[in-house]
Design a protein around this ligand. Structure first.
Ligand SMILES: Nc1ncnc2c1ncn2[C@@H]1O[C@H](COP(=O)(O)OP(=O)(O)OP(=O)(O)O)[C@@H](O)[C@H]1O
Length: 977
């Protein structure tokens, strides 16, 4: 560590040899004042090593005019001192030392005016130094050691290499020394520590002795310079201002620079350069360069570079310090404020500790359920509560545990709603909500009855299947109502993620329990009715199979211990009643289907739809639109037209939409009418008028209600006439005037007063278009009388039953050209059916008309409209055969005939599915005669009488029977009417 201690020249005087000591005072040389001001060197330090120092500026290099003889000056000041100056000193002056001991410096060169403590490990050298000090010749040469030739000057040498430096002796050491060094005064020696004070620059000329290394030196003087030179001045000013800047930013050199700035005026240019270089953090070679430079301007420039660099470093240091300080203080501040806030809240009693409050909340929640809660769940809850207390509130683990406890404590452990197994009540509820569906309701009542006998309704899963809009979901809701269970519905249509059912593991960010746990939390009881909608449309998962997860959920054997991934404790779902809905039962995965009791809802015929529309849909829609029953009348004809021309599908959802559309339009018309009337009669007048009538009120935004008037009013008829002459602007409104008739008897009048006279909107078949637009449904029936080669078949789709035509046409004729061309988006099974039909038809034709070679020589084309709809299945086999035979015989089939049935190669008729749907579809298309396979007779017999009504149905088991029926053979078969 370097420390500024001195001026340019410090002379030593042995107090013993000099009779008069000159005390150091403020009037001494300015450079001595600098020395005095140094904190490290107090007054006693001026007697470093017990010797008195005084200045001689002869070595300052500032030129002859700056040379002040301190001794002469001192002699002028006091007579006694002047007397002492008469004694000529016999001690050599520093410049007289031309042969000196060479001291190697490892880390930095010694600059004149600075002192440096070094450690001398070599006992011989130490003894020599001691001896020269004793000989009153306390000077030696301090020279920087050169780095080893292959070493990197930027790398700090290790202690091992330091040791080896002490081992350097003689010539080897001589070669490793820089030529230029400093004449150093040996200020003191304590053990192996020697304090050197730099005096003047030296250059080694030759080696004198090897151990200890003694060298001959030349004393170097700075090159002469002009102290008024502008460039030198400017450079030195720049050095000074940079040093000032460093002072502002860097605290490291503050001591030095503060000392310096106090005495800045006292410094010479070369001294300034030395000072800058000595205090900078530059490396030893850069410092050595400054030391070797004798040209003052160049030396100042070198120093300027070093201090500028120092400036940059201190700026970087400052930004680093600032950034770190900001970070630390920001965090500390937030922490302190948070702690203060907590303390304040606690003091005010606003909030107890977060954790305590949370734990309290959870404990409060679980306490009432403790009795009913399974012990394994209680154990987990208690463990998690303890864990919560130990966790740091800001940690992520804390929020995971908190959410987990939130779910765990919110579930209805052991909470059940009282089940109601009252069959009559259940029947009432089911009838209240749904028209018809007798077989479905019967099945549900059976289920409830079994539940009553067993005391629980567990065991079976009901699956309601049928086309859309037949009321599957709403039946599910009714069952829940009938059983007094909470209702929860979730759709699994397109569900591909098992986690939706079984939950995510808690380790995932944003993990959630599965649908079942959410359901239980939602309904608040452990025995709800859960409706799993669209089970046939379950997606295919890429990670796990949702069907298998559902299996675990639905299976009564497994679901008593259902394990949700998130909850991680088994939950008992055995008390949950599951009802599923599906459009196509065949699409339900078999293991799932196996566990279900399928209840089919086939769809509704027009008559059923009429009832549903009249008694259920109309009622609910009217209420939803805020219209009173007396304000609207939809005639039966209108409703039938709506069902037959607009809503012919199996379900009633579309019908419901149309009814809603009609009622919305009625609502608009009524509101418009009120507003028009308001405008026609000035409000005041109208009020007067109605006041006079005494019974009428006008409610803005509500339909106009005109109550029957008081007959005592003489001018009421006239006023009513006036009203009638201003009919409502809207022409589509039909006003029923019957009830405004004033010619009533007194009793009738009284009655009328109660039943309000209402302007009624009448919807009839004729004005139905105004409400629902033109019919969008094109009749399924495209032929009034089917031509030869065309036969009506019956098909089943997910949307219900429908009729379809099989058309066959002649293409070309020629010997052996008999072939079949098929179109109409037919699937493989249906294509095979066509091939089969071709063979059977050919066979039958050969039998019926042996000479007819139609099939052998004719290419025919079979088409099934509509071409855009894909079709498949074997049930059109008999229809295709009939169609081909009709073409071959050039004979149309019986009028209004439809048929369905799979045909085998030998002409046997196999059963088909969807008898009810197909029957309903046939009725829709005004079919009179249906041919079904004999095996389906049972299905048909089970149908409600109103479905079967008016149909001539034939059951066949051989194709020849169909042939006879279709082509007019009036032989009696097992026909049923
Ligand atoms: N027999 C009925 N009596 C009264 N209303 C019925 C009847 N059938 C259906 N509805 C009504 O029809 C509407 C549609 O029924 P729902 O939504 O239950 O059909 P869905 O069979 O579940 O259809 P999807 O298969 O598209 O889910 C409901 O408003 C329901 O009340």
């Amino acid at each position: 560590m370097l420390k500024l201690i001195s001026s340019s020249c410090i002379h030593r005087l042995n107090p013993a040899a000099v009779p008069v000591l000159r005390p150091a005072s403020d009037s001494a040389s300015p450079l001595l004042r600098v020395l005095n001001s140094l904190g490290g060197l107090s007054r006693s330090n001026r007697y470093l090593g017990g010797r008195l120092f005084f200045c001689s500026e002869s070595e300052s290099g500032d030129g002859p005019d700056h040379v002040v003889d301190a001794e002469a000056k001192a002699a002028e000041e006091t007579p006694s001192k002047a007397a002492s100056s008469a004694i000529v000193s016999t001690y050599p002056r520093p410049e007289d030392y031309l042969t000196v001991l060479a001291l190697p410096l490892q880390h930095r060169p010694l600059f004149p005016g600075f002192y440096m403590p070094i450690f001398v490990k070599d006992p011989k050298l130490l003894a020599a130094l001691q001896e020269s000090r004793d000989r009153q010749a306390p000077y030696a040469g301090a020279f920087l050691l050169k780095d080893e030739p292959d070493s990197d000057p930027n790398v700090v040498s290790s202690s091992d290499t330091e040791k080896s430096v002490y081992d350097l002796k003689g010539k080897e050491l001589f070669n490793r020394l820089h030529e230029v060094g400093t004449l150093a005064q040996i200020s003191s020696i304590h053990g192996d520590q020697v304090i050197l004070i730099g005096h003047r620059r030296l250059r080694i000329t030759e080696m004198v002795s090897e151990d200890p290394l003694t060298v001959k030196v030349d004393h170097l003087k700075d090159k002469a310079y002009n102290k008024d030179d502008d460039i030198i001045k400017a450079t030195s000013f720049e050095v000074i201002s940079t040093l000032r800047d460093v002072l502002k930013t860097s605290s490291l050199w503050r001591d030095h620079v503060a000392t310096y700035s106090k005495h800045i005026g006292d410094f010479t240019y070369p001294r300034l350069a030395d000072f800058g270089a000595a205090i900078s953090g530059a490396n030893k070679l850069q410092c050595q360069q400054v030391l070797e430079e004798l040209d003052v301007y160049k030396r100042l420039k070198l120093t300027l570079e070093l201090v500028k660099k120092e400036m940059e470093i201190s700026k970087i240091q400052e930004t680093i310090a600032k950034a770190i300080e900001e970070k630390i203080s920001g965090e500390q501040r937030r922490y302190l404020l948070n702690e203060q806030l907590k303390a304040i809240k606690k003091e005010l009693g606003l909030e107890t500790d977060d954790k305590t409050a949370l734990t309290g909340k959870f404990r409060e929640r679980i306490e009432p359920k403790r009795e009913k809660c399974p012990p394994h769940v209680l154990q987990v809850i208690d463990e998690e509560l303890t864990k919560l207390q130990l966790l740091e509130a800001s940690s992520s683990e804390f929020s995971v545990t908190r959410n987990y406890l939130d779910w765990l404590t919110a579930l209805p452990w052991g909470e059940y709603s009282d089940e109601n197994f009252h069959v009559t009540r259940a029947q009432k509820i089911l009838d209240e909500d749904h028209y018809g569906l007798t077989d479905v309701k019967e099945r549900i009542l059976e289920f409830i009855a079994v539940g009553k006998l067993r005391g629980t309704s567990q065991g079976k899963i009901i699956c309601l299947s049928g086309p859309p809009g037949v009321g599957k979901t709403s039946i599910g809701r009714s069952i829940a109502r009938a059983l007094n269970r909470k209702f929860f519905r979730f759709s699994v249509g397109g569900l591909a993620d098992v986690a939706e059912i079984k939950g995510h593991r808690r380790t995932y960010i944003g993990a959630m329990p599965g649908k079942m746990v959410q359901c239980l939390k939602n309904v608040g009881t452990a025995n709800p009715l859960v409706l799993i909608d669209e089970i046939d449309k379950l997606g295919k998962g890429h990670a796990g199979d949702p069907a298998s997860a559902l299996l675990e959920l639905l299976d009564p054997e497994q679901n008593a211990n259902f394990l949700d991934h998130y909850l991680d404790v088994p939950i008992d779902l055995s008390k949950v009643l599951f009802v599923c809905t599906a459009n196509v039962v065949e699409m339900i995965p078999n293991p799932l289907l196996d566990r279900m009791e399928v209840v089919t809802i086939a769809g509704y015929i027009a008559d059923e739809k009429m009832h549903i529309a009249r008694d259920y849909l109309e009622k609910t829609t009217r209420e939803a639109c805020g219209i009173k029953p007396e304000q609207v009348e939809v005639t039966d004809a209108a409703l039938l037209a709506l069902i037959e021309n607009y809503c012919r599908e199996s379900g009633v959802r579309n019908l419901q939409k149309h009814i809603e559309k009609i009622y919305r339009k009625i609502a608009l018309q009524l509101v418009r009418q009120v507003e028009t009337n308001d405008d026609a009669i000035e409000p005041k007048k109208a009020e007067e008028f109605f006041d006079e009538m005494g019974t009428t009120t006008i409610q803005k935004g509500n339909p106009v209600l005109i109550e029957s008037g008081n007959s005592e009013h003489t001018n009421e008829n006239a006023k009513l006439d006036e009203m009638e002459t201003n009919p409502p602007a809207d022409q589509s409104l039909r006003v029923d005037n019957k009830s405004t008739d004033m010619e009533v008897t007194k009793e009738e009048e009284d009655k009328e007063t109660e039943s309000k006279t209402v302007e009624k909107v009448l919807i009839d078949k004729s004005n139905l278009d105004d409400f629902v637009g033109k019919p969008v449904f094109h009749a399924e029936r495209i032929y009034d009388q089917t031509p030869a080669g065309v036969v009506m078949g019956l098909a089943w789709t997910a949307m219900g039953g429908s009729t379809l035509y099989i058309e066959t046409k002649f293409v070309e004729e020629g010997d052996g050209k008999g072939a079949l061309h098929i179109t109409g988006q037919l699937g493989d099974v249906m294509k095979e059916s066509a091939q089969l039909a071709h063979t059977i038809a050919r066979d039958i034709l050969r039998e019926k008309e042996p000479e007819n070679t139609f099939f052998a020589n004719t290419k025919i084309h079979l088409h099934v409209p509509a071409g855009a709809t894909p079709k498949d299945g074997p049930s059109a086999g008999c229809t295709m055969t009939t169609s081909m035979l009709s073409l071959a015989l050039k004979k149309p089939v019986k009028k209004d005939l439809a048929m369905t049935g799979e045909v085998t190669l030998t002409g046997k008729i196999l059963p088909i599915g969807g008898v009810k749907e197909k029957t309903i579809a046939a009725r829709r298309s005004e079919v009179k005669t249906i041919i079904f396979p004999s095996a389906n007779k049972r299905d048909f017999d089970e149908l409600a009488p109103n479905v079967k009504e008016g149909l001539e149905v034939h059951f066949v088991d051989d194709y020849m029977q169909i042939f006879d029926l279709a082509f007019g053979d009036e032989k009696s078969h097992n026909a049923e009417k």
